[in-house]
Design a protein around this ligand. Structure first.
Ligand code: CTP
Ligand code: ZN
Length: 154
C-alpha cells in the first residue's frame, strides 16, 4: 500500500464543500451549524481526530452538493477558527479559503442572560461582538467563552 493510500481516511467528494482543519472535537457542532441532521438524504462524510500537520489532530466535514452561505461561515469561524473551506467541483478543489472571524454576528447566538433585552417578550435581534477568545453581547455585555456552539439558535 502506498503512503497516500494509507493517508486517505475519508473518500474524496465529487462536488460540494470540504471543511478542513476543524478543531478536533468540533465536527458535530459544525453539522449543527449547517443544520445537517442526516435525515434529508444529504451525503456527508466526517473525519474525527484525524492526524494533521498543522494541528495535532483535526476534524474534517465533507458535504456533497452544497456550498455554504457567508452567515454559516461566520458562525463556523467562532468554533473552528483555523478551518479552511474548500469548494470542490469535478473532484478538484477550485476554491480554498480560511474562515475569517467577523467583527460581530447578528441573530445567530442567544444570550445566556435571562434579563437581557434579547430575551424579553418582544425580543430584539441578538448581536455579539467577536473577541479573541469568545463573544460579548452587544446589549448586556455578557461574555460567552466556553461552548459557543450550545448558544447557536435554530
Ligand atoms: N478533498 C476532497 N475531495 C476532493 C478534493 C479534495 O474531499 N475531490 C479534500 C481533501 O481530502 C482535503 C481537502 O479537500 O481534506 C483539501 O484538499 P487539497 O487542497 O487537495 O489538500 P491539501 O493541499 O492537503 O489542503 P491544505 O493545504 O488546505 O491542507
Ligand atoms: Zn445579552
Amino acid at each position: 500500500m502506498s503512503d497516500s493510500d494509507k493517508e486517505l481516511r475519508v473518500a474524496k467528494i465529487q462536488s460540494g464543500t470540504v471543511i478542513d482543519h476543524i478543531r478536533a472535537g468540533q465536527a458535530l457542532n459544525v453539522l449543527t451549524i449547517l443544520g445537517i441532521e442526516g435525515t434529508s438524504g444529504e451525503q456527508v462524510s466526517i473525519g474525527m481526530n484525524v492526524p494533521s500537520g498543522t494541528l495535532a489532530h483535526k476534524d474534517v466535514v465533507k458535504v456533497e452538493g452544497r456550498e455554504l452561505s457567508q452567515d454559516e461561515v461566520d458562525v463556523l469561524s467562532l468554533i473552528a477558527p483555523d478551518a479552511t473551506i474548500n469548494i470542490v467541483r469535478d473532484y478538484e478543489v477550485v476554491e480554498k479559503h480560511r474562515v475569517e472571524r467577523p467583527e460581530s454576528v447578528r441573530g445567530v447566538l442567544s444570550c445566556p442572560n435571562h434579563n437581557c433585552i434579547t430575551n424579553a417578550k418582544e425580543p430584539v435581534d441578538t448581536e455579539f461582538a467577536v473577541l479573541g477568545d469568545g463573544v460579548r453581547c452587544a446589549y448586556c455585555e455578557t461574555i460567552i467563552r466556553e461552548d459557543i456552539a450550545a448558544h447557536i439558535t435554530d
